[in-house]
Structures are given as C-alpha cells and as structure tokens.
Design a protein around this ligand. Sequence first.
Ligand SMILES: *Cc1c(COP(=O)(O)O)cnc(C)c1O
Length: 458
Amino acid sequence: MTDTQISAQTEPAPVNSVPQERKVVTAIPGPKSEQLHARRAKVVSAGVSSALPVYIERANGSILVDVDGNRFVDFGAGIGVTTVGHTEQRVVAAAASQLQDVIHTLFTITPYEEYVRVAELLAEHTPGTWEKKSVLVNSGAEAVENGVKIARKFTGRRAVAVLDHAYHGRTNLTMAMNYKAHPYATGYGPLAGDVYHAPSSYPYRDGLSGADAAAHTIAYLEKVVGAADLACLVVEPIQGEGGFMVPAEGYLPILQRWCTEHGVVMIADEIQSGMARTGHYYASEHFGWEPDLVLSAKGIAGGLPLAAVTGRAEIMDASQPGGLGGTFGGNPVACAAAIAVFEAIQENHLLEAATRIEARLKAGLERLQQRYDIIGDIRGKGAMVAIELVQPGTAATTKTPNPEAVTALVAYAAQHGVLFLNAGTWGNVLRFLPSLAVSDALIEDGLSVLDDALASLG
Ligand SMILES: *Cc1c(COP(=O)(O)O)cnc(C)c1O
C-alpha cells in the first residue's frame, strides 16, 4: 500500500462465513478437543492455562467453532481483543494485502508508512488535544514497561505507583505492578522494586465519593512515596482483571490534577478498556480524564499483536534515539490491521453499538438481579459490563464474595455453548466483553443461558 492516506479499501463481505448461533453437538470438551488436550499436555508448559479447553478451528463475528463442530457465543472476545468481531472482513483484507507487500523490515532500520499512519490515528483518537507522539510495541505488558521507562526518563525520578486491584501484565516489572500475587507473581521473584500500591476507588465496596477516594489515594502517595520521587501513576480507567470497577465521579480528574501539580506523569492503562469498547475510543473520556500517556493494546489490531504508548510530545521525546523500540514492534501486518480496525469502528458505527450493548446487557442483568440476590452489583460501560456475585443474603450487609457461584455459572454456560469469563480480586466477578458486532439476539441468548445457570445453582 503506497497511497499517502492508507486505507483498507475493501468492503466487508456481505455474508458471515459462520452462522451466528450457538450449537452444541458433543460433550464439552468434545472428543477431538480431548485428543488435542492430551497432545498439548506433553509439550505445552503447565504454566499456560486455558479457561475452556475446547480447541478452536474457526471464528467469525461473535461465534467460535471448535474442532468437534460446537459453536460457542463468545462473551470474552479473547479478553477484549476481537472488539470489531472475529475475522472482521476489513481487518482480514488489510492484513492479507499487507502480507503480499512487506511483512517485516524493522522500523528502526528502514521505516514504512503503516507505522506512521497508526501513530497519526492514535494521536487523533486518544484523549487530549495537545501534540502527541507514539511508540509501537508488541504486547500490553510491553506498553506498560515502555510507559514507565518514558516517564522515568522524562521526570528523572524512580518510583512507580499503581492502584489496588490493578492488573498490568506478566513481565518482571508488571508482575510487581499487579495487585494479585497469585497466580501472577508467586515464586517468580525477586520482583522489580520501587512499585507502590495505592488505594483505589471501588464504589460498591468502599462507598466513597470520588473526592474522598482520591484523598485516600493522594494521602498514600504523599506519605508512603513522596511526590518528589514519583515518576508516574499508572491507572486503568475501568479496572479489567480486578473486576470492572468504575471509579466514583471525579476520582480520575482529581488524581490527574494532583499529578500535574507535582510533575508526576499520569498514565492510563487502556489496554482492556480502550479501542471503542466502552462507547468512546478510550474509557478515560467517560470521566473527563485527559491522561499524559495512554497505553493501547488488546483490541487495537483486531487480533494481531500490537500495542502502543501514546502521549504528550514533550514526554515521548525525552527518550534518546535508540532508547525505545524492538524487533517486531509496529510490525507492518499488525499496523495494516490496526488501520482497518479504526476504519471498522467508524464504518460499522461501533461506538454507538457499544452504547446499545450496554443498555441491553444491563437491562437484562437488572431483571436477573431482582430474582437472584447473589447478584450484588452490576457495573461497567459499553461492552465492558460485569456482575459481582456475593453469598446469598449478604448483598445488603457484608457483601461476602461468592467465587463458587462464578465458577459454576461459567461451567454451566460452557456446557450450553456460551463462553463467559470470570474476573475479580476474589474471583467473584462475571464479565461480559462481547465483540461490538454482537447482535441483540445473541445478547438475549446469552442472558437466557445465564438465567438458566443461576436457576441451576438452586
Ligand atoms: C491484558 C492487560 C495487560 C497486559 O497485556 P498483555 O498483552 O497480555 O501483555 C495490561 N493491562 C491491562 C489493563 C490488561 O487488561
């Protein structure tokens, strides 16, 4: 592709190649999946788990097809990666065409336009109207690592702050930034130092206003770390693995003001919440938050590995030439796919779709909450919605976490051809991360299976 304005220049195929309906034709997992699982056990590290060990042969839209011919409605989208839908036609065509043209040069040797175009799109669509620059990398954790590097270089300071219930990845630094030691860090030390875990905003459990929660966070940062040593505060605007906590009104802008006042770089980890998932390009926009740096990954390239750090030009330019980059970072095929993702968001009206999905999901979940008192909380934005489950009779009092119910609901749904994911510090959150291409009919179908699953708990 050599046009100055790169475009995927393809029309979506009119017909889905996979029927958008669930169908269970064997036991789950089926015999072919069982066979593959036995092969895998011999050669794949036990440290790599699979939530639902059915082996997928094909995927399209919101449906996964396994090797036994079972069709699953996918409410996980590979943890918010296939946000535009599985094998979205624009993404497929752009990546296929790029494969023919050039697969790799290494941007730090001989550059190419697709990288530049992705950086332009990120500058345009991330929050804030100031001049922005980007670096492209391969994974979310690598984006977090680079965000921290860049902030340290810019500020000349050492300390990194994160929030309770955060998840940032599985590399050495990001393991230390996660809230949960198990399974992410147990036995993998020594962990990176100078990482501080400040209290977060968790309205369902702390009952605090945004101002009060921010006061707690800031008091911790001032007393335990000290602003003079703090390079950055890294925050997920809506926490992902932690359980989709939506912070109280005002919380994030107050933290940003404090960071700006004290020369601390505030970084939005939008790896799960970004790329149109919540009804804005970036979830920060829901809260009037304009972060100094924004991290993108998961949904950015429709399923291909790509990630980015985007932010204020003066911060991004503090690094010396050669200090940032990597062999595969900003791979041309992944970049071509990302350009197509931005087009798909526009052309398929996916921001509006996210808002419609939120309304439908929440309405259905509220109806279920009236019948099942273990649904303690319903929260989220756009197609990033969760329920937090508590022990029977505790929703109004202790809100005692109920991870057993989540495990049972996920297992029941899988047996009936619906893929739900768990989440939450206590494992008691069921999250819905469908593709933005999901139909109303599939949402209702998923809700009806959830209803049956709740009834089956007795
Ligand atoms: C998934 C995730 C990461 C890590 O991304 P990887 O691509 O798995 O390294 C970091 N932060 C958040 C919020 C995530 O959801």
